[in-house]
Design a protein around this ligand. Structure first.
Ligand SMILES: [Zn+2]
Ligand SMILES: [Zn+2]
Length: 345
């Protein structure tokens, strides 16, 4: 079978690798779609302590079951399934309490376990038993199903902020996750949604998702603009759906008293620390938190929201590539030309 093998930093080679049958407890998949995540681009450039080359990355996967090992009765040949990224170990305190994304071992598809930039995958018994492996409803396409993974992360992010009915939500960053969060945030009760984004071109791509206000930071004082929209009050919830430390600082500056700030976007290697007056947080009585990844419950919820058409994830897909074009796919995701990039092996 063909796979895109990450041999070293910035060296990914599409080649034939042995196809193997599933052992007891394992499930073998034929990959149908694997979307590119910002973290895949970071691993390609900088590596990751949990990815030991040669390795196969990619964790936003939709696939078909083509063989099951002895003792597997939850899945059957011919069934379509989508995968999430974080795999609970099933043993540690966090996993036993349903918080597998905080697992002490931190196992993930496309990290310790080979990922979806390949024609086939064999799921480890741990993934089969505890992992986010969600059946795909008949009405959901492979591409849409692959996006249940990032949508699950968006659900985790907004749940952590306790977004509720009547809240004003500000999203700093109009990438694929930001766009999904417009529809998800609305569904969770946000009545006023503000989207902030530097490039006017990317902001334009986010307009069909139906936020109430779009602000380009290029020639606008964002804090002033948000203050005006919220009549001096500030948004109840601010999400940084981009990897910028300035956005993290702006989020804390703009949030309402008693508001919630989620530093959702991870920062690249060597990013500086926050430069924020502690008294800003003190006097606002605001909550500053973070979130990363998701748990299997949220992956199932994401699939259900996709099935019901609540979040139209297909609308964020702008680029498609074959497995042979993996480098072009990573480059397209990195250049932020469009929104989501999907590889169809
Ligand atoms: Zn992802
Ligand atoms: Zn664990």
């Amino acid at each position: 079978m063909k796979a895109a093998v990450l041999k070293d930093i910035e060296r990914i080679v599409v080649e034939d690798v042995p196809s193997r049958e599933p052992a007891a407890g394992e499930v073998k998949l034929r990959v149908r779609a694997c979307a590119v995540c910002g973290s895949d681009v970071r691993i390609f450039h900088f590596g990751n302590p949990r990815v030991k080359p040669p390795a196969i990355i990619g964790h936003e996967v939709a696939a078909e079951v083509i063989a099951v090992g002895d003792g597997v009765d939850e899945f059957r040949v011919g069934q379509r399934v989508a995968l999430g990224a974080d795999v609970p170990c099933g043993k540690c305190d966090w996993c036993q309490n349903g918080l597998g994304n905080n697992c002490a071992e931190n196992y993930a598809i496309g990290y310790q376990f080979d990922g979806g930039f390949a024609e086939e995958m064999v799921l480890d018994p741990m993934v089969v038993q505890f992992g986010p492996v969600t059946p795909i409803p008949d009405s959901v396409s492979d591409e849409d199903a692959a996006l249940a993974e990032p949508l699950a992360c968006a659900i985790n992010g907004l749940e952590m902020c306790r977004l509720g009915v009547g809240d004003t939500l500000c999203l700093i960053g109009a990438g694929p996750i930001g766009c999904m969060m417009i529809e998800l945030g609305r569904h969770m009760g946000a009545t006023e949604i503000i989207v902030v984004q530097r490039s006017p071109k990317r902001l334009e791509l986010a307009k069909p998702f139906g936020a109430d206000h779009y602000i380009s930071t290029e020639n606008t004082d964002v804090l002033e603009a948000v203050r005006e929209i919220t009549k001096g009050r500030g948004p109840d919830v601010v999400m940084t759906t981009c990897g910028s430390v300035e956005a993290h600082e702006q989020a804390i500056e703009m949030v309402a008293n008693r508001g919630r700030v989620n530093l959702f976007g991870g920062l690249g290697k060597g990013a500086r620390n926050l430069d924020i007056a502690s008294n800003t947080i003190h006097y606002k009585e605001c909550f500053v938190l973070g979130s990363h990844g998701s748990v299997p419950r949220q992956h199932k919820a994401a699939m259900a929201l996709i099935e019901k058409g609540v979040v139209r994830v297909g609308h964020v897909i702008t680029h498609r590539f074959a497995l042979d074009e993996i480098e072009a796919a990573l480059a397209a995701a990195e250049k932020h030309e469009g929104l989501k990039v999907v590889v169809t092996p």
